[in-house]
Write a protein that binds this ligand. Sequence first.
Ligand code: PLP
Length: 414
Amino acid sequence: MTELDVEFVRRQFPAFDHPETGQWAFLENAGGAYAPSHVIDKLNHFMVATKVQPYGPSGPSEEAGRAMDLSHERLAAAINADVDEVMFGPSTSINTYVVAQALKERLRTGDEVIVTNQDHEANSGVWRRLADGNNGVIVREWAVDPETGRLDMAGLQRLLNERTRFVAVTHCSNVAGEIHDVAAIARQVHDAGARLAVDGVSYAPHDFPDVHALGVDFYFFSLYKTYGPHQGLMYVRRSVLEGIANQAHIFNADNPRARLTPAGPQHGEIACASGVVDYLEAMDAHHYGDDDTPACRDRVARIMALFHSHETEQAARILALLREKDVRIIGPERADVGKRAPTIAFRSNSVSNADVVARLRADKIACGAGHFYAYRLIEALGIDPNDGVVRLSLVHYNSADEVSRLLNALDDVL
Ligand SMILES: Cc1ncc(COP(=O)(O)O)c(C=O)c1O
């Protein structure tokens, strides 16, 4: 069986060669991941050679526009979307905000919207506010189990009815780490005649979605957490995009890329985003060879499955230690491929979050504590959101040695 060549992977990330940054075991990837040279080189090139208004009548300007188009094409291919179904905005929070404005105009008295209390606030507050202003829209909450922080699929079925218009759920919570069966949720939601929006921010670093296979209407993720620039990527099914209100300048109403992205595009960030796909393909070629040249989507799915199996192995080691300690683990207590991301949150019953973080920091292990914007989840768990949980979030480039370092420190402090 092919094993992930973690040393080779790490050589692609200049951060690991940096004299100070390279000393850290970086376990706060759910807050933003390092970028490989595939992305950095493209951004540098853009800044040096093509930092002009794109799509104009000069060589550098044409090249800038081509680089931006390429990112649309390559990222669409990587998630199995059509090119005009992919849009870039400054962040996922802005993208959900804009989509909510577009939907608001179409909702009527008595329409129902379902949100969870497991989600990051970016996929919660904006939809809850669809009910503001006495418009008669009703928001229903699909609530987590207050002990485990997990969502029970039957809970959604109980809330869905013929008045449901819209459901928002996370593919994977940035605190509970549980991966939801989005294809099954999409079937339930569509059977009720509603639309589904999925926050994939905590899922995509571990596996790019196949948005058509999942059957979602909206899918959001943040490229800065998937080894790219600070951009939000949004997929909107073409038939849905055509049916919702334009949020862009009047002359952009028929431009699918602009319709839901009223902010001017961030040229350099978009231009370098294709570097993420270059990186994934290069890693696939290293592990599986490049003679059979499968389609981009197949390569991306294959290499990310390898990433995920490595991450799951490392997450299993961490969870095994935590299960022996006097701690409360949020979300599934075991790491299973396809069921849990290596985003592990916990709270010790005897040691403060601050002391845990300080102990790890002393060994140059970067992690964080708090509510991580999943404020409602932390409250539902009966935890003070101002204190929250300790979160360790891994991605594929975290090595077994780094995890051993973490286990030593955790064993010591817990
Ligand atoms: C699960 C999840 N959803 C949404 C967001 C918001 O993403 P952005 O920072 O791009 O607005 C985050 C950011 O941390 C997140 O973790």
